[in-house]
Design a protein around this ligand. Structure first.
Ligand code: ZN
Length: 139
């Protein structure tokens, strides 16, 4: 009986030690994340306000959400091929104010974006005018 009791004590001690190590590792990871976050802010990155983001059905988490900051994102315009940088404040506006999907990123430079918007507006107008023509006139 005595050895069984001792075995129990040893197991309890071991479990306690494992739990302690797990907590220490967790705390170290949290501190590392906090340190990286502070460095990112000092570098000029902008904090993400997660509560302002549009809800997403995806199980994966976008990098900027994981990191907690928006950082300058260089990209190449899909239309004209010019290299541009999507700034942290532009990203914040897109995701938090315009409620853009969290998995979308900048595709077109400013000039091409303006051109694309004008093209879409014109196409919509032509479409609506076409519909109006087809509709029988009101009695
Ligand atoms: Zn372009």
């Amino acid at each position: 009986m005595k050895s069984k009791q001792k075995r129990g004590e040893i197991d309890a001690k071991r479990r306690k030690a494992e739990e302690w190590r797990r907590l220490q590792a967790q705390r170290a990871a949290e501190q590392r994340r906090l340190r990286e976050y502070k460095i990112a802010l000092a570098r000029g990155e902008v904090p993400v306000v997660t509560s302002e983001l549009a809800p997403s059905n995806s199980y994966s988490i976008p990098d900027f959400v994981e990191r907690g900051t928006y950082r300058p994102e260089p990209f190449v315009c899909r239309d004209c091929g010019v290299a541009e940088v999507w700034t942290p404040l532009q990203q914040k506006w897109w995701y938090e104010t315009a409620k853009g999907d969290v998995f979308t990123t900048a595709m077109r430079c400013r000039a091409c974006r303006t051109r694309e918007r004008a093209r879409k507006t014109a196409a919509r107008r032509v479409h609506l005018e076409g519909l109006a023509r087809k509709k029988p006139s009101a009695p």
